[in-house]
Design a protein around this ligand. Structure first.
Ligand SMILES: NC(=O)c1ccc[n+]([C@@H]2O[C@H](COP(=O)([O-])OP(=O)(O)OC[C@H]3O[C@@H](n4cnc5c(N)ncnc54)[C@H](O)[C@@H]3O)[C@@H](O)[C@H]2O)c1
Length: 351
């Protein structure tokens, strides 16, 4: 099955392509990028290893030629922050880029059975706009959401507690951003409650979550951006779509009322398989986590309102320049009056 990656010449897109290559599930990986030469280079570089990995076609392509017969389209194209640029300006530039790409993808002839996986930030907002404008059923539009954040949380917990990372199971739900919600109430190690694991303390919990929440900014500082972990996170979602694995993944999709949330895209446990987001799952979480999830939805709704106001030509509420983050996920603040609303700085906007 063919997977096309728009933005595949960049760090995230090329890592996703490489992870898919090593996964041996996609039969055709197609790299698309505004920088056609880099796309050609990434495709050729991966292709040169196929004789050692799998019988795959790896090509560079164009939206017009390659989207119509793609099983899954992954969008990783994005822009970097300019010096002195406000947070809302960066969101708006990414929204404009994304809507332009979406229009091109639609015009190329997107089949109703194609899956669209949105990775570019702000991922929950762009996923929402893709649901509204792609013409695809909402189930076919999946944002990477908190899939990477969840992977990071488990890996960091495993490192701190000297555990095998694949046996740590803790979820992050909500926004891929500062209001993300760690779900400690259901966290386990090898099927046993994490809260009772030797060495596990509330301090460790706080520290590991903080490390996870700031991981994007740390990656930007250390090496220019996230690559390897986001690549395998994308692979997990794409392979579940391709194989109809029906894995329950913390990905972003249009909420239908579970956890009291609807008409906004954010991450809840989602069954991913043939047909896309086959089901969203509500399981009991603690009352604090429930409230924090509602807060996450509110934060996203505020940003979406600002984006929509600009797109519809209405005046946009001024956005404060400082980097004050939102309230901690576990202690949601009361909703602010709209004139005081700010668009929170997110890790992905640090560069
Ligand atoms: N959702 C997540 O968990 C997550 C994690 C990491 C990064 N991201 C996001 O992924 C995006 C990409 O990050 P990156 O580090 O790869 O950036 P990058 O700058 O390395 O790559 C972006 C690529 O997009 C391409 N591009 C720009 N405009 C294009 C267009 N109109 N058509 C086709 N290609 C176009 C660029 O040429 C570039 O190759 C960003 O929005 C980033 O914030 C999301």
């Amino acid at each position: 099955m063919k997977v096309s990656i728009i933005g595949g010449g960049g760090l995230v897109g090329s890592m996703a392509a490489y992870a898919l290559h090593l996964g041996k599930i996609a039969s055709h990986i197609c790299i698309l990028d505004a920088n056609a030469q880099v796309a050609e280079g990434v495709a050729l570089d991966i292709l040169q290893g196929t004789s050692l990995v799998a019988d795959q076609r790896v090509t560079a392509g164009t939206i017009e030629k390659d989207i119509p017969d793609s099983h899954t389209v992954v969008i990783t194209a994005g822009l970097r922050r300019k010096p002195e640029e406000s947070r809302l300006d960066l969101i708006n530039r990414n929204v404009d880029l994304f809507l332009g790409l979406l229009a091109q993808v639609k015009a190329a002839g997107l089949k109703p059975t194609t899956n669209l996986v949105v990775v570019s930030n702000p991922v929950d907002i762009l996923t929402h706009l893709a649901v509204e404008r792609s013409g695809l059923d909402w189930r076919r539009v999946i944002g990477l959401g908190t899939q990477l954040d969840t992977a990071r949380l488990n890996s960091h917990l495993a490192r701190r507690l000297s555990l095998p990372a694949t046996q740590v199971r803790a979820l992050i739900l909500g926004e891929h951003g500062d209001s993300m919600v760690p779900i400690w109430s259901s966290a386990t190690v090898a099927g046993l409650p994490l809260a009772h694991w030797p060495g596990y303390t509330p301090t460790l919990e706080r520290e590991v979550f903080e490390e996870t929440k700031t991981a994007g900014a740390t990656m930007i500082k250390l090496k220019g951006g996230s690559g390897f972990a986001v690549g395998v996170s994308i692979r997990e979602v794409v392979e579940s779509l391709l194989l109809d694995s029906r894995k329950v993944l913390p990905v972003s999709s249009l909420q239908q009322g579970l956890y009291g949330i609807r008409d906004i895209c954010l991450s809840v446990p989602t069954v991913v398989g043939s047909g896309g987001a086959r089901d969203q799952v509500e399981v009991a979480i603690s009352p604090r986590e429930h409230v924090a999830l509602g807060n996450s939805a509110r934060v996203l709704r505020d940003i979406l309102e600002q984006v929509r106001a600009r797109l519809s030509g209405k005046p946009v509420v001024a956005v404060a320049p400082a980097a004050a983050a939102t309230a901690p996920a576990q202690t949601p603040s009361a909703p602010q009056a709209s004139a005081e609303r700010t668009v929170p700085r997110q890790a992905w906007q640090a560069r």
